[in-house]
Design a protein around this ligand. Structure first.
Ligand SMILES: [Zn+2]
Length: 454
């Protein structure tokens, strides 16, 4: 079925920064036309016998912006059930006292419930693509939930074969960790019409051996690549100190030495990066994922996004996990990114247009899928959101970039499309049952906490 989105303000996030009123036609999952589109209501029958009417759904987008779907390049769907249960703790205590014990208490049912709740929240807000890091076990349940929800995802189990304070339930050997990751990749990569892809995700340097990092590098780079590498670096000053004590150097220096770098590598945070590390990351082509809310809540600091971008580092945005944010709301992240840049590097840095690009086309670029998604251009996949721009908190007018970045919230998102399919229609998810997802999440969160405390 074709879908005609009629009469919106198309904020295309293309190279020219085009913003223009018009229509957008979706055909067979891709953007077929932009601008003034006459309604394709009928065509001749194939056998010359009479006429058949093509099915065209028309979406009235008057008063709305049409934007590319958000790309969130650092998420932990497995942690959504822990929302509100791990507040106001420093990073390493937060991990060891709360997050790891809760992750260790997961089973398939709680993982599915956690992923569904996170997906519901993110997709209703206009997220169409994410890079997710799971827990050690049970990632099939997360891929399955992503597949059912219709999101585009790069995902993978987290990998942990070393470190202090890791509960028994999360400990694995280097070989078993790599074996399980390979199994998941073989089972899920390319599924869901190509929307599911694998990302090897050694958690961070304090919980992984050199052999594990090197093993993931070998796999991701074998046969010309095809999988991403995903980890955390340079998040908190205390963590940085612990890394230096344990390894005698910084995590960035060690990861670079072990080959965990390059265009298929996405590292979350990078808050503590020095000037020379930023330059090295730029030379390598490694991507950095800025998670402004999580960095604030864990007291980690403010990443120098402007300095990274100035050096040519591809930067994406992500909400990180529910227990360190506590929302997975792309609007909050892009607003925080824009506002924090003013404080960190001056009021002229990261203007509204650039902030929206960070959340869309730059995210796609960081993931290496910018030729397919991330902007509204003919031939690209129809991953997009229709956003009301006529609420009292956004009117009466002004620049579209400004209204979206500084004014709009997730509640303004009306429709969301992935691959041309309306996954959110009139603020309702079309694949996930809102009430059921909430009820399951509440029940599973209780059970999980009971297991963790048993
Ligand atoms: Zn994270």
């Amino acid at each position: 079925m074709k879908v005609l989105i009629r009469g919106g303000t198309l904020v295309r996030c293309d190279a020219a920064g085009t913003v223009a009123d018009g229509d957008l036609l979706v055909d067979d999952g891709r953007i077929a036309a932009l601008g003034r589109v006459t309604s394709p209501t009928a065509r001749s029958g194939r056998n010359g016998g009479g006429r058949e009417h093509e099915l065209v759904r028309v979406i009235d987008a008057r008063g709305c912006a049409v934007i590319p779907g958000f790309v969130q390049a650092h998420i932990h769907l497995c942690q959504v059930l822990f929302r509100g249960m791990a507040d106001d703790l420093p990073l390493l205590a937060w991990l060891e006292q709360r997050i790891w014990p809760y992750e260790a208490a997961h089973d398939d049912a709680s993982l599915a419930a956690s992923a569904e709740l996170g997906l519901l929240e993110m997709m209703l807000a206009g997220t169409t693509t994410l890079l997710d890091m799971g827990t050690v076990h049970g990632y099939d349940a997360v891929f399955d939930a992503c597949n059912r929800a219709g999101v585009r995802v790069f995902g993978g189990k987290t990998m942990m074969d070393a470190g202090d304070g890791v509960p028994k339930g999360l400990r694995e050997t280097t070989a078993s960790s790599l074996r399980e990751a390979d199994r998941l990749r073989a089972r899920w990569s390319g599924k869901g019409g190509g929307r599911l892809q694998y990302a090897y995700a050694p958690r961070f340097i304090l919980s992984c051996t050199e052999a594990l990092f090197r093993g993931t590098v070998e796999r991701a780079n074998a046969d010309g690549g095809g999988a991403l590498l995903h980890s955390h670096v340079a998040e908190h000053p205390d963590e940085r100190e612990a890394v230096r004590r344990a390894l005698g150097d910084t995590d960035v220096a060690m990861l670079r030495k072990w080959g965990f770098k390059g265009k298929n590598t996405l590292l979350a945070h990078g808050v503590q990066l020095t000037d020379s590390e930023m330059s090295a990351v730029a030379r390598d082509g490694t991507r950095i994922v800025h998670c402004p809310s999580a960095n604030l809540k864990l007291g980690s600091g403010i990443a120098r996004v402007h300095e990274l971008a100035r050096r040519g580092v591809k930067v994406a945005l992500g909400a990180d996990g529910a227990p360190c944010n506590n929302n997975l709301d792309p609007w909050v992240e892009l607003r925080h990114a824009a506002l924090l840049a003013k404080v960190r590097t001056g009021v002229t840095t990261l203007p509204a247009r650039q902030a929206l690009e960070l959340a869309t086309i730059e995210g796609a670029r960081a993931l290496g899928i910018d030729d397919e998604v991330g902007s509204l251009e003919v031939g690209k996949r129809a991953d997009l959101a229709v956003v009301r721009m006529d609420g009292p908190h956004i009117e009466p007018g002004g620049d579209a970039w400004s209204r979206l970045v500084y004014g709009c919230t997730s509640r303004d998102v009306v429709h969301v499309m992935v691959d041309g399919e309306l996954v959110v229609r009139d603020r309702e998810h079309t694949r996930l049952d809102h009430e059921r997802v909430l009820a399951r999440a509440r029940a599973q969160a209780k059970k999980l906490v009971a297991r963790a405390e048993a």
